[in-house]
Design a protein around this ligand. Structure first.
Ligand SMILES: *[C@@H]1O[C@H](CO)[C@@H](O)[C@H](O)[C@H]1NC(C)=O
Ligand SMILES: *[C@@H]1O[C@H](CO)[C@@H](O)[C@H](O)[C@H]1NC(C)=O
Ligand SMILES: *[C@@H]1O[C@H](CO)[C@@H](O)[C@H](O)[C@H]1NC(C)=O
Length: 400
């Protein structure tokens, strides 16, 4: 009897979640989602120096000051359009008059094209170039210069979540001249130092691959990028998340951490409906940073390091090269974030010249790694202040 009633309740739940709650955003691409909320959206593109065609979503506000937002790992620009206009940063920025641009990292569905390489036919070369060092040195400059040229402003504001903030942190050390093109940089849960990450998923993968050259191992099998790209599998996951959100919550929380208060469980199928892949070399580079406890370039092994870097060890990204009179940093981090933990953010803050900080780094005790983009209260805890800070910035004169 008890089993029967549980079954009835379950079936009712499944029925209601499948047929009564269609969550139309699942089927929508980035621009369709944004337009469905009555905001403008177009997909622009620019080509990097090394041949990648980078897709840029644009919520136009003609004459408005430009802001560029960049997503994290396994994500694309969709990460910024998960909730409602009162909740998501892109809409709040647009309402405040900003001209809003969303980057898409090389290798994601909106930035798959390359002048000569094909992700399938030239799998190895293509995906090796999707590692974050290349993304920092090529994608960001191409997109920043494209925006500045097209708007006539001298500077823009930047918001990076997770890997999106790694990219900017690397850019500012590798091409310090970009310090003078980005006036305010909002780093949401920035993985720069990651030695103490507690993410069970990351720890598990790391343990499994430790001491192996994963690149070579996967190359052997012709795998250069990991992820769920099969539409049938994605559909299956979406259905599982609709009917039994707890399963998907668990998967999400294994990576990112727990925070039930700030997370809209009903919308989990939307959050996971558009997964990207992880390029193996990118994953490997991230794990090297975890294992060495250092913020450095990709380690190819001493022989190839000498060939590429002219030294046996991989060089570090030198945070002291960042000019103190350029970009100002606004750092946010969370107490329930198991991916980027507070002690690692403390290390970053210690390594930075204090003069680059816009304000004291802001610690949100309840926030997990994904609350910074998907949290229903991120507006109150972060976004209103970000909009205010951006409004105070001088973006330079319009030159045309
Ligand atoms: C890039 O934008 C141009 C101009 O709008 C368009 O003609 C072209 O098809 C786009 N390329 C890709 C790869 O989307
Ligand atoms: C990839 O290879 C296949 C088979 O060799 C070929 O038909 C196709 O045109 C290639 N695609 C590109 C983009 O080079
Ligand atoms: C959570 O998502 C559902 C489904 O889209 C929506 O109806 C509800 O208003 C959302 N709740 C919050 C607090 O945003």
């Amino acid at each position: 009897m008890k089993v029967l009633s549980i079954l009835v309740v379950l079936l009712t739940l499944i029925y209601f979640s499948l047929f009564r709650n269609p969550l139309p955003d699942i089927q929508r691409n980035v621009c369709e989602r944004i337009r469905s909320k009555n905001y403008p959206c177009e997909l622009l593109n620019t080509t990097t120096e090394d041949g990648f065609v980078i897709g840029i979503h644009h919520l136009s506000n003609p004459g408005g000051k430009p802001i560029l937002l960049w997503h994290g790992m396994l994500q694309n620009a969709a990460t910024w359009a998960m909730n409602f206009p009162s909740q998501d940063l892109i809409y709040l920025l647009h309402d405040a008059g900003f001209d809003v641009y969303l980057g898409n990292a090389r290798g994601t569905i909106y930035s798959q094209k390359h002048n000569s390489l094909d992700p399938k036919n030239d799998s190895k070369e293509y995906w090796e170039r999707c590692e974050f060092d290349y993304g920092s040195r090529y994608d960001l400059p191409a997109v920043i210069d494209y925006i500045l040229e097209n708007t006539g402003y001298q500077k823009l504001g930047y918001v990076g979540h997770s890997r999106g903030s790694t990219l900017m942190s690397v850019l500012l050390t590798e091409k310090p001249e970009y310090s003078y093109k980005v006036n305010l940089y909002v780093a949401l849960s920035p993985p720069v130092f990651v030695a103490n990450t507690k993410s069970p998923a990351i720890r598990l993968i790391n343990q499994a691959l430790k001491n192996l050259y994963v690149n070579d191992l996967f190359s052997l099998f012709g795998v250069h990028s990991l992820g769920i790209k099969n539409p049938v599998l994605i559909k299956m996951f979406t259905e599982v998340c609709k009917t039994t959100p707890i399963v998907c919550e668990f998967a999400v929380f294994m990576f990112a951490g727990w925070d039930f208060d700030n997370f809209n469980r009903t919308r989990i199928p939307i959050y996971i409906s558009n997964p990207e892949t992880i390029p193996i070399q990118d994953l490997n580079h991230g794990l090297q940073c975890v294992n060495k406890g250092l913020f450095g370039k990709y380690d190819f092994g001493s022989e190839k390091n000498i060939e590429i870097y002219g030294q046996a060890t991989a060089p570090l990204y030198d945070l002291s090269k960042i000019p103190h009179d350029g970009t100002k940093w606004m750092i946010y981090y969370g107490g329930n974030d198991i991916m980027v933990v507070p002690e690692d953010v403390d290390t970053l803050v210690k390594e930075l010249d204090p003069r680059v900080l816009y304000s004291k780094p802001i610690f949100l005790p309840k926030f997990s790694h994904l609350d910074f983009v998907w949290g229903t209260n991120a507006n109150k805890f972060i976004y209103y202040d970000v909009v205010k800070a951006m409004l105070k910035q001088d973006f330079g004169k319009i030159s045309k």
